[in-house]
Design a protein around this ligand. Structure first.
Ligand code: ZN
Length: 463
């Protein structure tokens, strides 16, 4: 497939050397119907942070003229992965609260410990998380947490792209919602446009209906995405029905949140008979983020991906925070999504490797509201891509490249991570963040962070 370069001001071919050229790779592209097409011996040309062309064979201008040339032989170039729902600073709590029910996890550990959070811990956690994600081939993450100016600073420093929202509970009073809006308006377009923002009410069980309705109005007025936990598990849906006579999804609908662009985290507790018709009406606005590892750990059901697909709702891949998920490895989420979906549907033909790659690319991009900007290696899109080494013994030989990528390759096979045309990791070496320095400072702060002797907690989990 050959893409002509964009004409210049006088209708001439685009002049000047490229900023970045990758040669000799196999490129994962999409055709006009969104089907995955692998282009062998591809050359990817990047100008001004965007993909200028993806062509088979010889480059349109010699790599010697490019500011930076990457030899992609032996690798597959993919759109960078998107972590559609995470809480990056929670890497500071990785492995702290294990083998517990959701009630005990929240009430005995996470919410007491989060009352000790400081801006510095949030900033260090976010930096460590960014390093982990760059190493795992993630180029965009959607974060939902507190002290989000710290996460924005970490995003700027790391070079990643992010969709950031300041979380709030109704227990904070109207100030919580106001701070979320203030953050969203202030940081929108920051980090050279790599930061987009959203409103981030925590969940229908911690944010009351009038607050949710006010959030919907703000989202409409300011053109903002809303990112919220919803129907995280069956118990939450049962409790919502008992207390309000409505499912969490029906509560969101009544509040007007399904009339705006909304990213729903998890939805493993969907009442498919009641909720799917509601979500079908919200198709084109609603999307879901699925983080299967955490559901397995808590013994929950999983996101009903097949039913959501039939309802026209995109499902993006996610890891949630590392306090529950232990890793921010979206590659693992992709493989687990394929496996868990086969298992729950009792259907080996469902959720093929190509479908898993579709969730990892176009569907994830749509889920975070960047469906026209990222998620595909196509001219005009942001130059967010990763080079994955498929020469290792665990990935050879290759009969079906989609299966190799989903079921044999691992995040550790990502050699190079590029965002907006800038190389953030080259041959596994991080170029923007100093992990030993971050970890040393974070470790010194952990004793104060994990102290629960005060008996406080930021919220009460009733589900
Ligand atoms: Zn979450």
């Amino acid at each position: 497939m050959t893409t002509p370069p964009a004409p210049g001001p006088a209708g001439l071919r685009t002049p000047g050397p490229a900023d970045l050229v990758v040669t000799g790779c196999t490129a994962l592209t999409h055709d006009a119907r969104g089907e995955i097409v692998f282009v062998d011996d591809a050359t990817i040309v990047v100008r001004e942070g965007r993909i200028a062309s993806v062509t088979a064979g010889a480059p349109e201008d010699p790599p010697a003229n490019a500011a930076e040339h990457l030899d992609g032989r032996g690798t597959v170039a993919l759109p960078g992965l998107v972590n559609c729902h995470t809480h990056t600073p929670m890497v500071a709590l990785r492995g702290l609260a294990e083998d517990l029910s959701a009630h005990s996890w929240f009430n005995d550990w996470i919410w007491p410990v989060e009352s000790n959070l400081t801006e510095r811990i949030v900033g260090l956690g976010a930096r460590l998380a960014c390093a982990e994600m760059i190493r795992g081939g993630v180029t965009t993450f959607a974060d939902h947490y507190f002290a989000m100016d710290e996460v924005a600073a970490a995003t700027a420093e790391s070079g990643l792209r992010a969709v950031l929202g300041q979380a709030y509970f109704s227990s904070q009073g109207p100030e919580g919602r106001a701070a979320s809006l203030d953050f969203a308006l202030r940081q929108r377009g920051a980090a050279d446009g790599r930061i987009t923002t959203c409103l981030a009410p925590h969940a229908p069980y911690t944010v009351d209906e009038s607050d949710l309705a006010a959030t919907a109005e703000l989202a409409r007025d300011h053109g903002l995405l809303v990112h919220i936990h919803a129907a995280e598990n069956r118990e939450q849906t049962a409790n919502s029905l008992a207390r309000h006579g409505r499912t969490p999804i029906e509560i969101l609908e009544r509040a007007g949140l399904l009339d705006v662009d909304v990213l729903l985290a998890h939805t493993t507790g969907l009442d498919t008979a009641r909720d799917l018709p509601v979500l079908r009406r919200a198709a084109g606005r609603a999307a879901v983020a699925s983080a299967p590892r955490g559901y397995l750990k808590f013994g929950w059901d999983t996101t009903p991906v097949r039913a959501l697909r039939e309802a026209g709702v995109p499902v993006g891949l996610a890891t949630d925070g590392a306090a529950s998920n232990n890793t921010l490895d979206v590659w693992e989420s992709m493989a687990l999504t394929a496996l868990v979906q086969k298992y729950v549907e009792r259907d080996p033909t469902w959720l093929t490797a190509r479908q898993a790659l579709d969730h990892a690319t176009l569907q994830s991009a749509r889920a975070v509201g960047l469906g026209d900007e990222i998620g595909s290696l196509a001219p005009g899109r942001r130059a967010d891509l990763v080079l994955v080494d498929v020469t290792g013994p665990h990935t050879q030989p290759v009969h079906d490249l989609a299966a190799t990528l989903v079921h044999s390759a691992r995040s550790a096979d990502v050699r190079t991570t590029i965002v907006a045309g800038r190389v953030l990791m080259r041959d596994r070496a991080l170029l923007t963040l100093d992990v030993p320095e971050i970890v040393a400072e974070l470790n010194a702060l952990l004793p104060d962070l994990v102290d629960r002797s005060h008996g406080k907690r930021i919220q009460e989990y009733e589900g």
